[in-house]
Ligand binder design. Structure first.
Ligand SMILES: CC(=O)N[C@H]1[C@@H](OP(=O)(O)OP(=O)(O)OC[C@H]2O[C@@H](n3ccc(=O)[nH]c3=O)[C@H](O)[C@@H]2O)O[C@H](CO)[C@@H](O)[C@@H]1O
Ligand SMILES: C=C(OP(=O)(O)O)C(=O)O
Length: 434
């Protein structure tokens, strides 16, 4: 288990480039299984979860060529279905959440797929019913072994169908979509998730020859095709990383320019941080955050307390609530943070309380943060990162704190943030990997 030693209290200054989007990458990489032709993907982040998925694809027989640091060619012309029965596959599948999205493409192209209960953050219940109900609607037979926590599907041929998803699951929508593109006839997915990750997947599949309309909405209509071909795809910058950098700049009083953000794809993210009083300017496609000693939380028109809550897209992604919460600890004012989707994602606040933050955890989903207005800096402590986003929130807290902090279990941060210590040290942070 690796740790970060973080010397806090230093202002950072300079330009930083966001990596390619982790959650998009996990979908896009699974989509390479839909064709025997080469698929070239660029802006691939060099992070643990993505690298593990690439290893899994290699295990399945996909030829992977690294053309440049962030660019790969994938060719799935010799997929080995027996690999699904190996212990290595089970181990790789269990390690990451994104592995579940091999099921849709495998089912569509080879008529069968199986999957151990996937990994990912332990942030509450993470059911997969939406995925498998969707496959069943397309005509697949579903089997579940509760002893081994193994999910399996098989079909002689998928048939298009109408479905109203029981929840707008991000990975569920991607998975069903990847099965439906090769199904016979028309599939309609209503209550589809429409995060930029899913929109990007739709655009890529259409370039491969799929016929998907309604991209960006919660009603996707897919005319099945017989075959898909190769394509080239570039990943969007990681919107969660961009939000994390905005929070980091505010909390440490740093002047930072986040480069090439594809601002049009960020939805409510900039305005959410603005509502905490954080100033920022859009300069072309860069986000410039000036050094600010104070930031004051907005209240609503009727004077009531600001509420930052997650929602399916185009609402605020749940993956940024931990960062919004940590930034609120030094704002002027009070914020109610409401994590609706996951019930175990706010428990990390006990570490912030140990550092001196004023937070009341109302229940597993809600925390009230009473901002300290930079009158009392947080104190460095030893802590452990429970999940990827809490981990980065703790890193931001440690960079703002007086004294030295140790953050253990940084493998969680490495799951989704590429060389975060190196990149932040380049603009003045003092982070040592120990
Ligand atoms: C690899 C990947 O892409 N992971 C992301 C993906 O996970 P993932 O696709 O696993 O998450 P889902 O969208 O399926 O669901 C997330 C949680 O929200 C609940 N839920 C979801 C939709 C809904 O309408 N109502 C509802 O209550 C689900 O029950 C679940 O507890 O989307 C999540 C929600 O944006 C993000 O936190 C994860 O980072
Ligand atoms: C919850 C997350 O990831 P995963 O779904 O891979 O666990 C996340 O990216 O914040």
């Amino acid at each position: 288990m690796a740790s970060f030693e973080v010397k806090g209290g230093t202002k950072l200054k300079g330009d930083i480039y966001p990596q390619g989007a982790k959650n998009e990458a996990l979908q896009i990489l699974c989509a390479v299984l839909l064709t025997a032709e080469p698929v070239v993907i660029s802006n691939v982040p060099d992070i643990r979860d993505v690298n593990k998925l690439i290893e899994l694809l290699q295990g399945l027989g996909v030829t992977v060529t690294r053309n440049a640091l962030d660019t790969y060619t994938f060719q799935a012309d010799n997929v080995n279905l027996d690999y699904l029965d190996t212990e290595l596959f089970v181990e790789q599948g269990r390690a990451i959440r994104g592995s579940v999205m091999i099921v849709g493409p495998m089912l569509a192209r080879f008529g069968k797929a199986k999957m151990p209960k996937p990994g990912g953050d332990k942030i509450g219940r993470r059911r997969l019913d939406t995925h498998f109900i969707g496959f069943e609607k397309l005509g697949a037979k579903f089997e579940y072994s509760s002893d081994e926590s193994f999910y399996g599907v098989h079909a002689d041929g998928l048939k298009g169908a109408y479905m109203l998803l029981d929840e707008a699951s991000v990975t569920g929508t991607a998975n069903i979509l990847m099965a439906a593109v090769l199904a016979e006839g028309t599939t309609t997915i209503y209550n589809a998730a429409c995060e930029p990750y899913v929109q990007q997947l739709c655009r890529m599949l259409n370039r491969m020859g799929a016929k998907i309309s309604g991209v960006g909405s919660n009603l996707l209509v897919i005319e099945g095709v017989e075959k898909l071909g190769g394509t080239e795809h570039r990943m969007l910058p990681d919107m969660i990383e961009i939000g994390s950098f905005i929070g980091l700049a505010a909390m440490t009083g740093s002047e930072i320019t986040i480069k090439d953000c594809q601002i049009a794809e960020l939805g409510l993210i900039p305005d959410t941080f603005r509502s905490l009083g954080i100033k920022m300017e859009f300069r072309g496609d860069d986000i410039y955050i000036p050094s600010q000693d104070h930031y004051e939380v907005e209240t609503y028109i009727d004077g009531s307390i600001l509420n930052i809550a997650d929602h399916t897209w185009p609402g605020l992604t749940p993956d940024l609530l931990s960062v919004a919460l940590v930034v609120s600890t030094q704002a002027k004012g009070t914020v109610l943070v409401h994590q609706k989707m996951f019930e175990s994602r706010l428990f990390f606040v006990d570490k912030l309380i140990d550092m001196g933050a004023q937070i009341i955890l109302c229940d597993p989903h809600r925390a009230t943060v009473i901002g300290l207005d930079n009158q009392m800096p947080l104190r460095g402590i030893r802590m452990s990162s429970p999940d990827i986003r809490a981990g980065v929130a703790l890193l931001i807290a440690a960079l703002s704190a007086e004294g030295t902090s140790i953050i253990d279990n940084i493998e969680q941060i490495d799951r989704g943030y590429q060389n975060i210590d190196g990149r932040l040290n380049a603009i003045g942070a003092q982070i040592r990997r120990i």
